[in-house]
Design a protein around this ligand. Structure first.
Ligand code: WQD
Length: 348
């Protein structure tokens, strides 16, 4: 089987690439490397070579907004009699705060980029797609746990692009009922790292998200963790989120591929989370007790766009994909810290 993995050198993409290759699936990574380091590819090769695995990994440096690049990938694959069977589409921009400042960039890359991809897939008759969607589409809501039929009301341009893309899928599948097979996976909070410590999360600049900021405090790159509000309507006053181990998330994509290979056509929207909610203070306490690190913190005012609680109902993923998360919060902390210790400055 041959998979086109767009955005395959990013935090999530690199972990999916590793699992696909380990399973003997041929992978073509298309990435512009604007938000990721080419070193990731060396790390993937190192991991697989150290295991004496045979694998086929092709890297294409390109932008999903360039339809010629996409067309060439499909055309060359067919010409070489190794056509693309499934696309896993992660390439896109994902910073909520950046999307507020530069919305047109997000509509361009995320929506027009995905439109380009769908046009190419249609032209070259590749109709199987796993898409990287987000729990951000559920917007400001404290109704937890959130199932897939939860009200969709994104409050930032990033979330709105994900909703627009899911609407595209809906219209596309309605236009030709028995053709497309699409799983749109709604990620909650992917965290941690591959247990080898060879690949992990390496945000550019100061991390917006809690977990990479926390591991950078632990390694000494950041001084103090700012906690955005301890007056939320939660048990300890800090925000509650659904933190899912990046390997569990990656395995959810392989389960989606197996599902798509087992049916004739579908359009499914599926939550991928741990199904549990942990507060900021609980994350800090778990990280400190698992790693022995001390995490100094200060209490700051709430961050715009935050909610008190957000965690997933993952029963659909369990019943439809036969998938469930296996890794604990302790493993998240240990694997995330192992990556950060081995890579104090990320991939650079
Ligand atoms: C988690 C909790 C913060 C940083 C984001 C994106 C979302 C999705 C997942 C892509 C909250 C608190 C955070 C810090 C803190 N990504 N926090 N200090 O906001 O749930 O979701 O990642 O799809 O699009 O928005 O994750 O890690 O930013 O915040 O106190 O320095 O940690 O208030 O309660 P979030 P996060």
């Amino acid at each position: 089987m041959r998979v086109l993995l767009t955005g395959g050198s990013g935090f999530i993409g690199s972990h999916i690439a590793l699992l696909l290759l380990e399973r003997g699936i041929d992978v073509v990574i298309l990435d512009s490397f604007t938000n990721s380091s080419p070193n990731v590819i060396n790390r993937i090769n190192t991991y697989l070579d150290n295991k004496y695995l045979k694998y086929k990994l092709e890297i294409i440096n390109g932008d999903i907004r360039d339809k010629k690049t996409l067309d060439k990938i499909f055309f060359d694959s067919i010409k070489a009699h190794k056509s693309i069977d499934i696309v896993i589409h992660l390439a896109g921009l994902k910073s909520v705060s950046e999307s507020v400042v530069n919305p047109l960039l997000y509509w361009d890359v995320n929506v027009l980029g995905t439109l380009n991809l769908l046009l190419s897939m249609k032209e070259y008759e590749c109709f199987s797609l796993v898409f990287s969607s987000s729990a951000t589409i559920y917007g400001l809501s404290d109704l937890v746990p959130m199932a897939e039929d939860h009200n969709i009301s994104p409050i930032n341009p990033y979330g709105k692009t994900k909703v627009a893309i899911e609407s595209m899928f809906y219209d596309l599948c309605n236009s030709n009922i028995n053709l497309w097979k699409i799983c749109s996976l709604r990620y909650f909070n992917p965290v941690g790292a591959h247990p080898s410590g060879l690949i992990g999360e390496d945000p550019i600049g100061i991390p917006n998200n809690l977990f990479p900021f926390l591991t950078q405090v632990a390694i000494g790159r950041q001084k103090t963790l700012k906690i955005f509000g301890d007056d939320w309507d939660t048990e300890d006053g800090s925000g509650i989120r659904d933190y899912i181990h990046i390997i569990d998330l990656a395995e959810g994509h392989l389960a989606s591929i197996d599902y798509l290979n087992s049916i004739d056509s579908c359009l499914e929207f599926i939550n991928l989370g741990s199904g549990k909610g942990y507060s900021v203070f609980q994350i800090i306490n778990q990280f400190e007790s698992s790693t022995g690190c001390q995490i100094p913190f200060s209490i700051e005012s709430r961050r715009d766009g935050d909610v008190a609680k957000c965690y997933a109902d993952i029963s659909k993923a369990k019943t439809l994909l036969g998938w469930s998360p296996k890794r604990s919060l302790e493993e998240i902390c240990l694997d995330g810290w192992n990556w950060q210790m081995k890579n104090p400055n990320g991939y650079s």
